[in-house]
Design a protein around this ligand. Sequence first.
Ligand code: KIV
Ligand code: ZN
Length: 529
Amino acid sequence: MTDIAKQAAPAATDPGRVLIFDTTLRDGEQSPGATMTHEEKLEIAALLDDMGVDIIEAGFPIASEGDFAAVKAIAERAKNAVICGLARANPTDIDRAWEAVRHAGRPRIHTFIGTSPLHRDITRLTTDQMVERIHATVSHARDLCENVQWSPMDATRTEHDFLCRVVETAIRAGASTINIPDTVGYTAPRESAELIAMLRREVPGAEAIIFATHCHNDLGMATANSLAAVEAGARQIECTINGLGERAGNTALEEVVMALKVRHDIMPYTTGIDTRRIMQASRLVAAVSGFPVQYNKAVVGKNAFAHESGIHQDGMLKNAETFEIMRPEDIGLSATNLVMGKHSGRAALRAKLGELGYTLADNQLADVFVRFKALADRKKEIYDEDLVALMTDTAAGAHQDLVVLRHLRVVCGTDSPQSAEMRLAVDGVEQSTTATGDGPVDATFNAVKALVPHEVRLQLYQVHAVTEGTDAQATVSVRLESGGRLFTGQSADTDTVVASAKAYIVALNKFLAYERAGRPVTDITSAAS
Ligand code: KIV
Ligand code: ZN
């Protein structure tokens, strides 16, 4: 096998195989407010690896100590996936990325520079200087790592002759994957296809490398643009779970993967993704990022498989294919509508969680079972969504958090002020207070602030009912802002104020962990060096 074939074995042996490159932990995490903790990143990476993602872009190691540590830990734990770290076009970034990914069984360095006229103005490099820089940095990356990906940022707004020149330079310097980013979501399907076709036709050496497509969704065309690029010969799609990403987001993994599966008749390409894990990944990323999935989102939205109208329901009962182009089970939505309750036993809970994509060891199941029983005491019927919320809370609680809620009692009603009596464990030490506020949630947040003084601004407070009914759990999302950086938390409980306290504390723990780990030293959008 050639070096390139080793790096992308499935694509090398099967011309119709499309590699899935997930950048939820890098481009996705870059979206304001989507900051994730170290443990959350590891949990997402493990799931991506398990579900068959070919390449995981685990982060941007030079950005901060925290980013570096996460990429390194993901690299050390990865079982199958190639682990990739991003680096700008300078030796310091590249060395740092290599330090973080080198522990992976299959490491990759991804280095990039903005090549469009607008970016050349920012970096103040002439075209000749940029070509030199690309040659030097890709060669440097290649000296460290045999698997190097290179991207001309803003490729879709770069002059074609210059784009050919820089792509050729990167190939000559040793890049084996050339990624073509539509950084600002500007291209359209036909143009996306033509660009890949033009590069494959015009650039010497193009036949020996893999072209990747990396689309942003500013005009809602990211999925279409990615698929068009594949039809023109790209064999790697860069995407994120739920389309998470800056502005309107990136190409959504679930959309491209399911489109290729459902329309295999006209797009004869395959991926290695176990699509039955899609829903689990979607829920995990929504919970961790604090970015809820819109109800009518393709594939993973709450309503994507809901059929309300009489005509639809009638058709569905006679033959599900009347209105469904994919089966809910294909994306991991539970096949049965078994509702759980307080009489459900451990075995039923294990089976149900298995259907939802959670495999638990006996001790973990014992833990979850206690929480499940507590919930069932307060809520008659437990739906899939309740269990997912429970699992998300359990995962959040499993981390070594600085601040843990021990007790909360609020007094509310028509007479103000409302008050909250609270006990927290802060770094293992229990502390109590009573605070008042303008309503029970305000009083609760004031109590947290009294026990753990901190300077943040509450930027978002949102409540959603998980299911219907007055005993429904509420999912609360909280977003805190400090120095332009956002920290999100989410939690669910049948008591909205308890859910609010827990969500606030999740976000606060992220802020405190970030303060302890040190602020990022650089920003991806800044110049190349
Ligand atoms: O959108 C973009 O151009 C990127 C690059 C860093 C690949 O994310
Ligand atoms: Zn991007």
